[in-house]
Design a protein around this ligand. Structure first.
Ligand SMILES: O=C(O)C(=O)CO
Length: 314
C-alpha cells in the first residue's frame, strides 16, 4: 500500500496564504508526489506557477482525484517537469446519470414544482408549464469523451436521437454502437432540442457557449451542464432564458462555485444541483482508488496510470 511505501505528510493550512507559508517553510521538503482533490481548491486556490514555486523542487507528480483538472495549470507543471494525472472513466456513469436527471428534470419543469410543494403550495398559485418528453427529441452532446458516450447510451433508452460535436470524430464502429451522428458545432447548436455540455474546461473551451451561440440555437432549447460552469457564459445564459431563446436548463456546475448567479436562482426554469455529479459512495470509491493507483505507480515506477493528455509525451 501507499502508506507502507512512503511517508505521508498532510498540510495543516486552511487558506492559500498559510499554505504558501507552510510550503515555503520547508514542511513538504523531500516530497515527490502530491495527491489533491477538487475540494482542496477552497484551501490552496489554483495550482499555478506561484503555488508550484513554493512547493519543494523534489515534487515530480501531482495526482488529482477527479476527471476535470482545470484547477491545475498544466503548462506551469510541465515547465517544472511535474507530471499530472486525473481519474478518467471512473466518473463516467455517475456524471452521465446526473446529466440524465437534469435533462429529464429541466424538460419537465421539476424545479418549480418541487419548490412550491416544499413551500406548502402543492404545484403553486401559477402551476408549472407542461413539460416535454425526451422521446424523439434531438440530444446534442458537445464533447464526446467517456461521459458523453455514456450519456448517449442512456439517452438512447429514452428514445432520443443522438448528435455530437467533438474535436475529433469517433471511430465509425463506436458511432454505430451508440447511434450517434457527428455534426459540426453550428449544426449542433441549430438542430438540438437538448444540448448537453460534456467537455473539459480549458483555454479553448472557456465560455464556448456565449451570446452568439445562444442566438444560433434552436428556439426553446433545453441545456444541461455537468462539465464546468466556465464553459458557458452565465450572464448570457440568464439573458437567453429571459428572452425565451433557452426554455429551461439543468445545472450541476457554475462559473464561480459556490457562488450562483442571482438570475439563475430566481428563475423557475432553472434546475440547480450543487456540483453532485460524482457524489456517490461507489463513484467516490472508484475515483479514490484510481487516483491512489496513480500515486502508487509514481512512487514505484515513476510512471502514471493516467497522465493528462497535454503531457502524453512527457
Ligand atoms: O471529476 C470531476 O471532474 C468532478 O467534477 C467531480 O468532482
Amino acid at each position: 500500500s501507499v502508506a507502507s511505501a512512503a511517508d505521508i505528510l498532510t498540510p495543516t493550512s486552511t487558506d492559500r496564504a498559510s499554505f504558501l507559508a507552510e510550503a515555503s517553510s520547508g514542511a513538504f521538503d523531500g516530497c515527490t508526489v502530491a495527491y489533491r482533490t477538487f475540494e482542496s481548491f477552497s484551501v490552496t486556490g489554483r495550482v499555478d506557477g506561484e503555488l508550484l514555486s513554493a512547493l519543494p523542487p523534489s515534487l515530480r507528480f501531482i495526482c488529482h482525484n477527479g476527471a476535470g483538472y482545470d484547477q491545475v495549470d498544466v503548462p506551469a507543471c510541465t515547465a517544472r517537469g511535474i507530471r499530472v494525472s486525473n481519474t478518467p472513466s471512473a466518473v463516467d456513469d455517475a456524471t452521465a446519470d446526473m446529466a440524465m436527471f437534469l435533462l429529464l428534470g429541466a424538460l419537465r419543469n421539476l424545479a418549480v414544482g418541487m419548490a412550491s410543494l416544499r413551500a406548502g403550495q402543492w404545484r403553486g398559485a401559477t402551476p408549472p408549464a407542461l413539460g416535454h418528453d425526451p422521446q424523439g427529441k434531438v440530444l446534442g452532446i458537445l464533447g464526446m469523451g467517456g461521459i458523453g458516450r455514456n450519456m448517449a447510451k442512456k439517452a438512447l433508452a429514452f428514445g432520443m436521437k443522438i448528435r455530437y460535436s467533438n474535436r475529433t470524430r469517433l471511430d465509425p464502429s463506436v458511432e454505430k454502437e451508440i447511434e450517434a451522428e457527428y455534426v459540426d458545432f453550428k449544426t449542433l447548436l441549430a438542430e438540438s432540442d437538448v444540448l448537453s455540455l460534456n467537455l473539459p474546461l480549458n483555454s479553448n473551451t472557456r465560455r464556448i457557449i456565449s451570446s452568439n451561440e445562444f442566438a444560433a440555437m434552436k428556439k426553446g432549447i433545453t441545456i444541461v451542464n455537468t462539465a464546468r460552469g466556465g464553459v458557458m457564459d452565465e450572464a448570457a445564459l440568464v439573458e437567453a432564458l429571459s428572452s425565451g431563446q433557452v426554455n429551461s436548463v439543468g445545472l450541476d456546475v457554475y462559473e464561480e462555485e459556490p457562488k450562483i448567479h442571482p438570475g439563475l436562482l430566481e428563475n423557475p426554469r432553472v434546475l440547480l444541483v450543487p456540483h453532485m455529479g460524482t457524489y456517490t459512495v461507489e463513484t467516490h470509491q472508484k475515483m479514490e482508488e484510481w487516483a491512489i493507483s496513480n500515486v502508487a505507480m509514481a512512487l514505484e515506477s515513476r510512471q502514471l496510470r493516467s497522465i493528462v493528455p497535454e503531457q502524453s509525451d512527457m
